[in-house]
Design a binder for this molecule. Sequence first.
Ligand SMILES: Nc1ncnc2c1ncn2[C@@H]1O[C@H](COP(=O)(O)OP(=O)(O)OP(=O)(O)O)[C@@H](O)[C@H]1O
Length: 657
Amino acid sequence: MHWNLMSKEQTASSVSLPTVDNSEPCHIEVLLRTVPEKGLQNNESTFKASSSDNTVLFRTSNGPLQNTTGDTHSTFQFDKVFNANATQKDVQDFLLDPTINDVLNGYNSTILTYGPSFSGKSYSLIGSQDGGGILPNICKALFSTLEDRVKTKGNNFSVSVLAFEIYMEKTYDLLVPLPERKPLKLHRSSSTMDLEIKDIRPAHVSSFEDLKSYIQSVQNSGNRMGYSSEAERSRSHVVFQLHIEQRNRGRDILKNSSLYLIDLHGAEKFDKRTENTLSQDALKKLNQSIEALKNTVECLEIKNLDSIYSAKASHSSTYRESQLTEVLQDSLGGNRKTKVILTCFLSNVPTTLSTLKFGDSIRQINNRVMDNTSGLNLKKKMDLFVQDMKIKDDNYISQINILKAEIDTLKGHSSQSVSKEDLATKYDDSKKENTKLKLQLDSIAQLLNRLTTENPNNSINDEVSEILMKRCEQIAQLELSFDRQVNANSKLEKELEYKKSKEEALESMNVKLLEQIQLQEKEIQELLTTNAILKGELETHTKLNETRNERIKYLEGSVKELGINKSATPSPRKGSVSSSSGNTMSHIEEGSELSNSPWSLNAPSKPVGWGVRKVSSSSIATMGSQESFTPRPFKKGLNLHSIKVTPNTSKSPDSGN
Ligand SMILES: Nc1ncnc2c1ncn2[C@@H]1O[C@H](COP(=O)(O)OP(=O)(O)OP(=O)(O)O)[C@@H](O)[C@H]1O
């Protein structure tokens, strides 16, 4: 699979709205961040960085601060200068929001770190144990804004990510574990001239959590960046690319943009002192990319400063000096909003001076940026429509399944509970028992009355009372359970009714959903047919156009030929056909094809004969509404008389003859 690093889908499925070049100039922004160094005071250093006016002043060893207007390299002006005590948050507060805005407005953007080893490039871009860098925080903020737009504007989005490293002039997919990593091919698409990486594996991520796990897998797969071991310097350039596609269905707008986050390896030259295991050739390759980057920036700076400078020398050739510059082509002088973070130790004069000079040069480069906003074409619209229908369909199906499961559980409940018939028999039984007990109670009450009247102090009285009390308790309990049964019964009845109504509602909803699906299928069908008709019409028009072009060419040829013949013979007089030489006549006869042509200026309404000769160039010039034509039998040498011309009001000098 090829992965287009520029506008992956824009070319295939959308039509660009702007037809004119509406790009705007945009200079590369440069930020400087200095590393905290123990015991180093800013005003004691050779460099004085000022975050208030965003300058760095370079002072000579013993002398006073140099005049800012004197030596161009005595003062370096940047877009932002962060002192050593600036936090990650300070840097990100400055950088994140504008970059996110640019990307979401459809502008391609790049954030690039540049500086010597251990100066905090990875610290700023990726982060460390004590805090997240630009990469995780920009991704988090990006997803949060995208999700907000889904809620507030109904926009859709899709994000894909890929990560690769450039090591010794070879490009590797960072998702592939380090030992298995194979170099990938970079090439430019012949149609769009976009850079493509063959066989790289992009990942589609739908949330920040997905993206975090992608970054995690990249880090787990091993790297040459050195952030696994803090004391190790990086030897590869690492590139993260996010591609964001946003769709606004209401306005049929598609925005495609990408964000590069690039962590370069140290900008100093690698040599045998630090890389003693590497061969001379390997060292050369290791240094090649930064050298090429410096050259490219220099060329572009000169080109920007000197408008007469020929682009030929600078452009394509310098970009091709290394894989890094190939990847950066669009970020340096192309359609990207580029921000460079320079990192340096103020105590190290040579590396800082070289970094500042690089920053100064790259800041002179003007990119030409335009937002990658496009309209959706019919095919894209249909694809999206079908995709949405599918999603809706899936939703409906899952909704139906949920409701079905609910019905099943309710049905299970009702089968487990007591049936109506059982309840009725239970109710009857209790009723019978109740009446029996009541009768017993009555007879006991009667017996008791009798005994009380006969013998008021009889001990039997107490016994009977006790029995009676027990019986009463039994009756009360029975009545209670009876009430409970009745309550349970009515509850079940209600539940059953509710289930029935729910089932009915579900059924009708189901029917509606089916109708909707059918309607949508019909709409898709109609769109397909319209598409086919449009295609057919387009083909017919193209053919017609081709035929017309052929005819026009043919006519032009014929007219030219006629012109040549005309110039070859004496110029005919106004109102006359030609000389009597007979040449023109015969030419006209030959040109009868022209008169017969449906494209002829004078298509014959009569059979082809003498009349068609009116088409000769001279006759076209003289033909007026008063001209009449009398066909005569052909006589050799008499052809001049074969056409009768009615006198013209404006006579030619010879017309009297
Ligand atoms: N501004 C800073 N504040 C605190 N610690 C920092 C800062 N900048 C860098 N460091 C620390 O310095 C060390 C080196 O930083 P880092 O690895 O980011 O350098 P680098 O420029 O990416 O080096 P290399 O080019 O070798 O990759 C790390 O331990 C990092 O935590």
